[in-house]
Design a protein around this ligand. Structure first.
Ligand SMILES: [Zn+2]
Length: 488
């Protein structure tokens, strides 16, 4: 770290869940409408595919290996860093986002899934953790040592992806404050040391840049909630393509942040199609005419709500924002307007009150951006990285621009979590990381290795800056979709 580039304030993507964050990390761009603009197509861990009738439910963590669809779901209007490096061998070790990789470990699909399932379910945590971390570094060392075994020539890889998933699994199960979690971080540090020692021994370290980062941070809720009664009373039932076509809601994902899909009436000419609903429909939804834009705030722990305006397009639109005041007596309202695409994309964030949705108004730096003007991603980064909800006025519209994005996002105050995946309660632990809080969104970034990397402390950066920075070292040009900046 001290000989290279580092930052304590690398801001990840929204929502800070493994997907979309890892896709953004590996492509250097964010999500959006990838039919019409250069970006990736993955909005969330779970999403509803409305191009189909009846709609399709994507769930990357499901046991039927939907995770392997992710390389396709990203779309062709973005590239992974492995695709961007062009000629030369590439390797992907225990990373599912591996488009453009010449060698993938484990070699078989089912084996990679098994690898993660073993981590999750077998007894003797410590031994499993040591094995899972070691095998990742050992495999890459082997690829460097015997390239002919893995590629059709004798060249070592020029770019490699590695994913140590053990820290996420242990964090959810035992907590970020547990002994085993801390031991695991030390162990990952140790195996990276083993990797560095071996690269040195083989004479490759001087030409190597090693990036270490995380896709999200974490928080701990106080209690676990149940929403069965809340939905029953309002006539909201979960849709399922095989079990319940009559459902009128898809709660795609809800831990501390809720991502809701609702069925609009606008007839697309297909039976059982799910157009995005209009604001009028959301205000009087279903047989009980529920005003969703007010009623969802009765959910315990809910803090703020975000939803699209009618007639938004990929390059222009409005996102409406609401938040309960501190005493919950009043609802504060505001909006984000966006225009332009790619590096021309800008957003304007305004409030109707003396207070604002993200509490930027009380900060000297951030409040300057509430000047009724449009601002770039970099301006939002520099003005808000030190606060909760960093870069939110830029990131939230990107989720809603994606047709796979949800209709309403409900964000909690971190006291309670629900653990819901497509309407079903899945997780039962209090540790999570899906909120816009700084502790979930700000992660460390270290770029070290070769002594040719300049020493530099970066006050703040984005997860999408990693790809263009690494390509610069290699003398390669990033794909046109890349939003990140070179950290040099
Ligand atoms: Zn996680």
């Amino acid at each position: 770290m001290e000989n290279g580039i580092y930052s304590e304030n690398c801001i990840t993507d929204f929502p800070p869940i493994t997907y979309p964050t890892q896709v953004s990390l590996i492509t250097g761009t964010y999500t959006g409408d990838n039919r019409k603009e250069l970006c990736h197509g993955v909005p969330l861990l779970n999403w509803m595919g409305r191009d189909w009738a009846p709609p399709m439910l994507r769930e990357y963590a499901a046991k039927d290996l939907q995770i392997y669809k992710i390389n396709n779901d990203m779309g062709n209007n973005c590239q992974t860093i492995l695709e961007m490096v062009g000629d030369g061998n590439t390797a992907s070790i225990a990373q599912f986002i591996n488009r453009g990789s010449d060698y993938i470990f484990p070699e078989r699909k089912t084996k990679l899934a098994m690898f993660y399932l073993l981590m999750k379910y077998l007894p003797n945590v410590k031994r499993r953790m040591i094995r899972a971390n070691s095998v990742i570094a050992q495999k890459l060392i082997e690829v460097f040592e015997k390239p002919r075994k893995f590629f059709d020539n004798a060249e070592p890889p020029i770019a490699s992806l590695l994913w140590f998933i053990s820290s996420d699994l242990l964090m959810h199960k035992f907590g970020f404050d547990s002994h085993i979690y801390k031991l695991n971080l030390l162990h990952i540090d140790k195996v990276i040391g083993v990797l560095i020692d071996n690269l040195k021994r083989m004479g490759y370290l001087d030409d190597t840049a090693i990036v270490v980062s995380s896709d999200h941070g974490n928080y701990k809720a106080n209690e676990f909630g149940n929403l069965g009664n809340f939905f029953r009373k309002r006539g909201l039932t979960n849709y399922h393509p095989l079990r319940n076509l009559r459902g009128n809601m898809d709660l795609a994902y809800y831990s501390g942040g809720g991502f809701f899909n609702f069925k609009g009436n606008n007839d697309l000419g297909f039976k059982n199609s799910w157009p995005h609903p209009t604001l009028k429909e959301l205000k009087s939804y279903g047989a009980k005419n529920v005003n969703l834009l007010e009623d969802l705030f009765y959910i315990k722990g809910s803090r703020s709500m975000y939803y699209r305006d009618d007639n938004n397009t990929f390059n222009k639109g409005i996102i409406h924002l609401k938040r309960k005041s501190k005493d919950s007596e009043k609802i504060i309202t505001g909006r984000i307007e966006y225009e332009g695409i790619g590096t021309e994309y800008k957003t304007r964030y305004t409030t109707d009150d003396h207070d604002d949705i993200f509490n930027f108004i009380n900060d000297i730096k951030a409040s300057r951006l509430l000047d009724n003007r449009f601002h770039s991603t970099q301006e939002w980064l520099e003005g808000t990285y030190h606060l909760d909800y960093p870069i939110h006025p830029d990131l939230i519209p990107r989720h809603f621009k994606n047709p796979r994005g949800s209709d309403i996002i409900l964000s909690n105050d971190e006291t309670i979590k629900f653990g819901i995946h497509h309407g079903k309660q899945k997780s039962k632990n209090l540790y999570d990381h899906d909120l816009g809080l700084r502790k979930c969104m700000a992660v460390p970034l270290i770029i070290g290795g070769s002594l040719e990397i300049p020493s530099k402390h970066v006050p703040c950066c984005k997860i999408t800056d990693i790809v263009p920075t690494l390509l610069k070292f290699l003398g390669k040009t990033p794909h046109k979709s890349v939003i990140g900046r070179i950290l040099l």
